[in-house]
Ligand binder design. Structure first.
Ligand code: ATP
Length: 412
């Protein structure tokens, strides 16, 4: 039997298909952005007034789209490249990227902006408004402009007091200045978050909306091939493996269109090939990686087997809405309406509201749905529901089949 030290040594020396795994890291910023060139163009057009008429207006752009559609990476690449290009034209622009999920309050967001501008702020005693004033004075002194991306802005809208939302978006009502130096990119996964906001606030956010559609399989293929070139040794990844991953995830083929998940699958396929001592990543490795990553989803499929008819119809209502409206979360009222419609179609009596509420609570405990409060707009809060997994065709078929079986057994 081999000694542990021998095993460790030989494994440390064993060859790998990966030349540089960091290129598959979710935070890695690639040099090229296949299939997002048009979005870079749209962003440039939206922000070109900073160059044409500096200081005249504060640009606001919303980027929206499902998870893994390249919203963050595109904003980052745009910001950096835009700042570099306008420098050649004599305009100083800094790009700042803040994740509102990590920086959960207005105060923390403001500090993060100051930190990225390399501005030192006294640790205590200042309000967010005062920090913003310091930031603006700093920009003014240096005759600079800043593009601030507020990523996962949904979280900020859903969890902040209205006065903080008001402050950040209506900045120039609060700061008495002539030259507008701050512009924003708001990244919002689900646009329904905006609908609960007061119109005067909403109009300051949603001026220009750029949608990022889920990727099709040929698009994922190009994105993956780019990563294969920089992360793997030449010729170590079979074309079939890349094709399999892009087909399984391509939105046009019933997948979620998620580039992050596709890259993650590619990486895992590489690690599986290494673990098996294979010099090539084959389609089998890609399949294994895919099913490992889908294990969680399959646990959920198992859970679905135990649902009764009415909670199952609520799941189906959410699947229908997600597919029809190409969004992820829906106000509870909308889900109930779709549920009632389904009941009518099936000729069953819909359950009362309180009972539906109870089912939703249970579905949440089972990890099948997520609930979230919508923003505290003037029109009050509402609960937003979403599925914890993509509403794929496969899942839809599965749920439809289960509903049919439950309906039949009820009739017997
Ligand atoms: N067009 C593209 N070319 C190359 N890589 C891409 C492209 N689109 C997305 N990616 C990569 O896919 C991953 C996910 O992208 P990103 O984080 O930008 O998605 P997102 O839309 O912001 O997702 P989320 O809503 O979950 O935050 C990252 O590793 C990113 O580099």
């Amino acid at each position: 039997m081999a000694l542990p030290s021998d095993i460790i040594n030989s494994s440390l020396n064993s060859p790998s298909v990966l030349k540089d795994g960091s290129k598959l890291n979710p935070d890695y910023i690639p040099e090229r952005l296949p299939h997002r060139e048009d979005k870079l163009k749209e962003l440039t057009i939206a922000f070109r007034d900073i160059v044409n008429e500096p200081g005249k207006s504060s640009v606001r752009v919303v980027i929206t789209g499902r998870t893994g559609t390249g919203k963050t990476v595109t904003a980052r690449i745009f910001g950096k490249a835009f700042a570099e290009q306008v420098k050649n034209r004599g305009i100083k622009v800094e790009y700042v990227h803040v994740n509102c999920h990590r920086e959960r309050t207005l105060y923390l967001i403001t500090l993060k902006i100051a930190e990225q501008l390399k501005l030192s702020i006294p640790p205590r005693g200042l309000s967010s408004q005062e920090v913003f004033k310091i930031i603006h004075e700093y920009l003014e002194r240096r005759n600079m402009y800043v593009i601030i991306t507020l990523d996962e802005f949904d979280y900020f809208l859903n969890s902040s007091p209205p006065e903080d939302i008001y402050f950040i978006v209506r900045l120039y009502d609060e700061l008495a200045v002539n030259v507008k130096r701050v512009s924003y990119i708001f990244i919002i996964r689900d646009l329904t978050t905006l609908s609960s906001l007061d119109k005067t606030v909403r109009d300051h956010i949603a001026r220009d909306i750029i949608e990022f559609p889920p990727y099709k399989s040929n698009e994922l293929y190009d994105i993956l091939q780019d990563r294969v070139k920089i992360a793997f040794y030449d010729g170590t990844v079979s074309d079939d493996a890349v094709k399999f991953i892009s087909d399984i995830n391509g939105f046009d083929k019933g997948g979620s269109g998620n580039a992050r998940l596709s890259i993650e699958t590619l990486e895992l396929a590489g690690r599986i090939a290494d673990a098996e001592g294979s010099p090539i990543v084959t389609v089998e490795h890609a399949k294994k990686a895919n099913s490992r990553l889908n294990e969680e989803a399959s646990i959920i499929l198992d859970e679905l087997n135990y649902l009764e008819l009415h909670p199952m119809l609520l799941v189906k209502a959410l699947i229908n809405l997600s597919k029809r409206e190409k969004k992820e979360s829906f106000p509870i009222g909308e889900v109930e309406d779709e549920y009632s419609r389904l009941c009518e179609l099936l000729g069953v009596e819909p359950r009362r509201h309180t009972q539906v509420f109870e089912y939703m609570r249970r579905l949440k405990l089972m990890g099948i749905i997520n609930t979230q409060q919508s923003g505290k707009g003037m029109r009050g809060r509402t609960t937003l529901l979403s599925l914890t997994f993509p509403a794929s065709q496969e899942l839809d078929d599965y749920v439809t089949k289960l509903i049919g079986a439950l309906k039949n057994s009820e009739q017997k």
